[in-house]
Ligand binder design. Structure first.
Ligand code: CAA
Length: 260
């Protein structure tokens, strides 16, 4: 491993982004956030990438939060800017037209839990722990946790996690819908890659549209969201993948999608 904050490998159309500050439990400082942002901006237009997996280096931590040492002496104005940078990065991840899977390999606390929440799907290892412990530090979640956690697991459960600062294990995270599945640590990356390959085998255009419909639709009332879905559904009929997918079904053969 090098001393870069972020390691990026691209293979078989899957980009694996590894947070690489193991001595600080992969905590997010400004430079790491900026590197993450740059990575996601480039993935959006990189034809070699169809799915992104985000994970942490080592066996202990996915990301143990925003970097407390770097935050300790921030002024209010700088703290606000830092939170806004975090929001911006999570937005780039969320708005990335390609699916993003968090492979949560250990502690996902504070900004780490928020990073996992910015991803589309969360697969946790058995040793993973989730939490928003910011109240223990005299602050609140600052990278979107108060908003995304409540949207994902509901207000009551988000209140409990954020107000107590308690950590939960991966089974509890699965039970409340924070983790999509839980696997042994040694199977984590393979499980994430297998899920990525299943997604890649579908038409990339339809996958991107589906992500967009779910993500943007959740911000709208149901009638508008359904209208939005209908527009995107219609757009799919401009693609060769729609023609190929439906013809292949009728011909009783596997579809050969091109993402066009
Ligand atoms: N920032 C900076 N350094 C961190 C860190 C963080 N969030 N989390 C861990 N570290 C560092 C520790 O300071 C320690 O460094 P040294 O070896 O130099 O002392 C190293 O990582 C190992 O940590 P521990 O010795 O504490 O390891 P542990 O196994 O005993 O405990 C832990 C692990 C439970 C994750 C514990 O480190 C911990 O509680 N970390 C802080 C978690 C936290 O509060 N996260 C929220 C941060 S605030 C935030 O994220 C705000 C926001 O929303 C934007």
């Amino acid at each position: 491993m090098t001393d870069k904050n972020l390691l990026i490998e691209i293979e078989d159309k899957i980009a694996i982004v590894t947070l690489n500050r193991p001595k600080a439990m992969n905590a997010l400082n400004e430079i790491t956030l900026l590197e993450l942002q740059d990575a996601f901006i480039s993935f959006a237009t990189n034809n070699e990438v169809e799915v992104i997996i985000v994970t942490g280096n080592g066996e202990k931590a996915f990301v143990a939060g925003a970097d407390i040492a770097a935050m300790q002496s921030l002024t209010a104005l700088k703290a606000r800017q830092f939170a806004k940078l975090g929001h911006q990065v999570m937005r780039h991840i969320e708005a990335c037209p390609k699916p993003v899977i968090a492979a949560v390999n250990g502690f996902a606390l504070g900004g780490g839990c928020e990073l996992a929440l910015g991803c589309d799907i969360r697969i946790a290892s058995e040793n993973a722990c989730f939490g928003q412990p910011e109240v223990n530090l005299g602050v609140i979640p600052g990278f979107g946790g108060t908003q995304r956690l409540a949207r994902l697991i509901g207000k009551g459960r988000a209140m409990e996690l954020i107000l107590t600062g308690n950590m939960i294990d991966s089974d509890e995270a699965y039970r409340i819908g924070l983790a999509n599945k839980v696997v042994p640590l040694e199977q984590l990356l393979d499980t994430a890659k297998k899920m990525a390959s299943v997604i890649i085998s579908k038409g990339a255009y339809a996958v991107g549209m589906a992500k967009e419909a779910i993500r943007n639709g959740l911000e709208l009332d149901l009638d508008r969201a359904n209208q939005y879905e209908a527009e995107l559904f219609g757009l799919c009929f401009t693609t060769s993948d729609q023609k190929e997918g439906m013809q292949a079904f009728l011909d009783k053969r596997p579809a050969k999608f091109t993402g066009k």
